[in-house]
Design a protein around this ligand. Sequence first.
Ligand code: SF4
Length: 164
Amino acid sequence: MTKCRPIVIISACLLGQTVRYDGKSKAANLLPLINQGIALVPVCPECAGGLPTPRAPCEIDPHADASKVLEGSCCIRNSLGEDCTEQYCRGAELCLDIAKHCHASLALLKDKSPACGTTLVHSGQFDGTLKAGRGIVAELFERHGIKLFNEQQIEQLLKEIKKS
Ligand code: SF4
């Protein structure tokens, strides 16, 4: 029987798409994945939710986390103080729809992002400090059983794919 080609949802900026808040990308070396024939499906939850590029950077409220944002008890705001919670939650749901449509169970996401962060996010003080936590789409993916990896964990992702 032919083995299915593994599918991984990936943050679009890691694939070189200029979708970041500053209008740039954050291209990672994805050759180890491409050489293994892994299908990479790009998503940008911030853009999917309707935020423009470029845009003011956003951070989850201090003392809050992605779980509370998804539950509606806290906000994610931009550096101008505008509430962007609706766009983040909508974007995350749309990316989850894409992941489900592709039957993807793995995601390679850009760490430190308020949407895609898998281990770290900014503190909410807009002072460059970081704290442990996940971004909004990473939290939603985790809740739906999608395994999370970030750009520092490409080797671990490859090992996971080889196991399955
Ligand atoms: Fe990259 Fe995710 Fe930020 Fe979009 S939301 S620019 S994919 S880190």
